[in-house]
Write a protein that binds this ligand. Structure first.
Ligand code: TXA
Ligand code: MG
Length: 338
């Protein structure tokens, strides 16, 4: 295992320091790792054109080599150079949703090392909207492979502190841009399939995608989160992909209060993501979440990280509303639950 000192730099969003971006570029050119904020979660970046550099991502995360990475680009022209075919659907989606939280899976160009795609013939591409991610990509001049900057199977990071806690000593630099706004990872769509297929729900919903795409397949395994792992559409979509250490349980709104009371009566220390303003209890750490999907998503991982750090006996989450806007939240909560 490569060990290193982790340097953290706070960057301004309006004018990120060119000097620090150059330092990050030198680290990346040397095969090192740099964590950076995107509009979704923090990414753990390496030079996507270097198999050696990318191998360090898998090592630092403890990520199985069968799980491919997303390649981040500064613009559409760079994306086109990394695929063997840029389809009309890719052009339309990119025009409409880039820069933004949408990842497109397309046939890969030979420029992309096999390790990035886990040996597969397709590559996942995304142009992030975050000013620090964009500035870093422009400074580098090469694309960055970047999964979420957490150890494999742990919660995704939405703050630089989460990255440090998970990957300190395994990443050379963390560019700290404060809390990310989106809070859950990008929507992943495969254009390799016909019709295009939703591989991971995210902030961009199927209805929004259908404003551009004539057809979009939403596999049952994404929609209803079946536990049949063989049917999962994307290697990273294994259940329990986003787990906190504390056992997390999703409970219907009607029974949540009763269940919390029962655990407290048993003397347990309980965390609760709720929509109510709960009465206080010394063993209860309750968080009142917004009843609006984007606001909820933005805070979800940060609140779970905070509850996880308290070493509680259990975390209960009141089930959020149904409906497409909540699909990404449901997906992440189901995967985090026991
Ligand atoms: O918002 C995001 O997408 C964040 C930020 C850092 O950009 N990145 C992220 O990466 O969530 P990661 O590695 O945690 O998730 C990548 C997802 C996984 O589910 C992976 O299996 C899928 O994308 N994926 C990557 N390449 C793929 C490919 N060629 N075909 C199908 N799925 C792919
Ligand atoms: Mg991840």
């Amino acid at each position: 295992m490569r060990q290193c000192e982790t340097r953290i730099y706070r960057l301004s969003l309006e004018s990120p320091s060119a000097e620090i971006l150059e330092e990050a570029k030198r680290v990346l050119e040397g095969g090192g790792l740099v964590a950076f904020p995107t509009e979704t979660v923090y990414g753990l970046g390496a030079n996507a054109l270097s198999a050696d550099a990318v191998s360090h991502i898998f090592e630092a995360k403890g990520r199985p080599s069968t799980n491919p990475l997303i390649v981040h680009v500064p613009d559409i022209a760079s994306a086109k150079r990394l695929v063997s075919e840029w389809t009309p659907e890719a052009e339309q989606l990119a025009q409409r949703f880039w820069a933004g939280p949408l990842t497109l899976v397309l046939p890969k160009s030979p420029l992309i090392p096999d390790i990035v795609t886990a040996g597969g013939g397709t590559v996942a591409l995304r142009m992030p909207a975050h000013p620090i991610a964009q500035a870093l990509l422009k400074t580098c001049g090469f694309p960055l492979a970047a999964p979420s900057a957490n150890r494999s199977n742990h919660l995704s990071p939405t703050q630089a502190e989460h990255v440090l806690a998970s990957l300190g000593g395994r990443v050379e630099m963390i560019l700290d841009g404060g809390s990310t706004v989106g809070g859950v990872e990008s929507t992943v769509v495969s254009l390799f399939h016909s019709p295009p297929r939703l591989l991971r729900p995210g902030l961009i919903t199927p209805s929004e995608l259908r404003e551009v795409l004539e057809r979009l397949e939403v596999p049952k395994s994404v929609e209803v989160l079946e536990e049949n792992e063989e049917a999962l559409p994307s290697p990273g979509m294994l259940r329990r992909h986003y787990s906190p250490h504390t056992p997390l349980k999703l409970v219907p709104e009607e029974s949540a209060y009763g269940e919390v009371q029962r655990l407290l009566e048993e003397g347990r220390r309980v965390g609760w993501l709720t929509f109510e303003t709960p009465s206080s209890h010394p063993n209860l750490s309750a968080v009142t979440m917004p009843r609006e999907a984007l606001g909820y998503a933005s805070r979800l991982f940060a609140e779970l990280h905070a509850l996880d750090a308290l070493g509680l006996d259990a975390v209960l989450v009141t089930a959020p509303p149904q409906g497409e806007a909540w699909m990404a939240v449901w997906d992440r909560l189901s995967r985090a639950s026991v």
